[in-house]
Design a protein around this ligand. Structure first.
Ligand code: KG4
Ligand code: ZN
Length: 345
């Protein structure tokens, strides 16, 4: 057995992914098979199609990840890894079950522990995987298609949620506005591209700062403001709307991430989740963080979007901090991060 190596599987949404991670910080191999093309014609992820595609892809993807790490999945009498981790939630139940079942089957066959991982916790490890010397505490802005969280991370396994969205997730707002503007799916990259050719000051849109001192977010009012503006001014250039919308989202995300870092005495700020692939967010967070004397960690785009390496890192630290999960653990589609004030066990 190679101590410290974890095989991780991620199937919570529309990516079938597997990775081998060493010591929670080194990616030995990572394979991501995206189903984006499969769902694009429907304008969103179709759960039934996602589960079916995961079922078809899981064996080849896991085999490729093991082979990439020089491990033989058929190796008799050998334990190729120390543990097998899989995302147990949040996500689509049918999709999650494919990864969880595969991980449990491998854990049983190899007689190693199974570790169930929270997908959101996984995203927090993106920066640590790319910068193993990351100095904590850090404020992490986790912005994905389903979640928007500001998290204070003091060390692996030690987090506190300090802000969250009260309605739509940031990525959901990008996807809905893109769909309304006819920019296609997935919406985030489409708005990012369109915004480059637009004027961010062209359309006056609201920023939801919420009550004084709040680190929470709200995006549904902004989405409605975009719709109302386009209805009233159908001649407006799509690029200008995209640029103005993106500016409004990024203004609030960056300001609140910097404020969170100040309050928790963070050494740095990190971006995580699919929306962290956004060009303007990456530039503004970098400039704002540096101006505030913080280290800024902006993971590569492929580490920001769903992958299994981040699940492997979270699984490794969970195994050491909390221990293995029961083989009776099932999928938990609405698993959340615990409420403010609590740490994630
Ligand atoms: O983390 P992720 O891959 O999956 C979830 O766990 O949700 O995030 C997907 C989200 C989608 O809403 C997508 O539109 C958004 O991330 N996204 C972006 C960009 N690339 C992906 N949003 C803004 N700009 C981008 N460049
Ligand atoms: Zn995600």
């Amino acid at each position: 057995m190679t101590s410290g190596r974890v095989l991780a599987i991620e199937t919570s949404c529309d990516e079938t992914a597997a990775a081998v991670v060493d010591g929670g910080r080194t990616v030995v191999s990572s394979v991501v098979s995206s189903q984006v093309d499969l769902h694009a014609r429907y304008g969103g992820v179709v759960p039934e199609l996602a589960s079916r595609a995961h079922t078809e892809l899981i064996v080849p993807v896991v085999t490729e990840a093991l082979a990439g790490a020089g491990l033989d999945p058929q190796g008799r009498g050998e334990r190729p890894v120390e543990a097998v981790a899989a995302t147990v939630g949040p996500g689509l139940v049918g999709a999650l079950l494919v990864g969880v079942s595969a991980a449990k089957a491998l854990a049983m066959a190899w007689e190693v522990p199974f570790v169930g991982v929270n997908h959101l916790e996984g995203h927090l490890y993106a920066s640590l995987l790319e910068d193993p010397d990351l100095e904590m505490p850090v404020a992490i802005l986790l912005v994905s298609g389903g979640h928007t969280l500001l998290v204070s991370m003091e060390g692996p396994g030690r987090y506190e949620v300090v802000g969250r969205t009260r309605d739509d997730a940031a990525g959901e707002a990008f996807d809905k506005v893109a769909r309304y503007l006819g920019l296609g799916y997935p919406g985030g990259p489409a708005i990012d591209r369109a915004a480059r050719a637009g004027d961010p000051a062209a359309v006056a849109l609201p920023r939801a700062w919420l009550e004084e001192g709040s680190l929470d977010f709200s995006f549904s009012g902004l989405k409605t403001a975009v719709v109302n503006h386009v209805r009233a001014h159908p001649e407006v250039a799509t690029e200008d709307v995209a640029a103005s919308f993106q500016r409004a989202v990024v203004d609030v995300l960056v300001a609140k991430a910097l404020e969170a870092a100040r309050r928790i005495g963070a050494r740095g700020i990190c971006l995580a989740g699919g929306v962290a692939a956004n060009s303007e967010l990456r530039e503004r967070a970098t400039a704002g963080g540096e101006a505030a004397g913080l280290r800024v960690f902006v993971p590569s785009r492929s580490m920001c979007t769903d992958n299994a390496a981040m699940i492997g890192a979270a699984g490794y630290f969970r195994l050491r901090g909390v221990g293995p999960s029961s083989l009776g653990t099932g999928a938990e589609p609405s698993l959340g991060m615990r409420e403010p004030g609590a740490t994630l066990g």
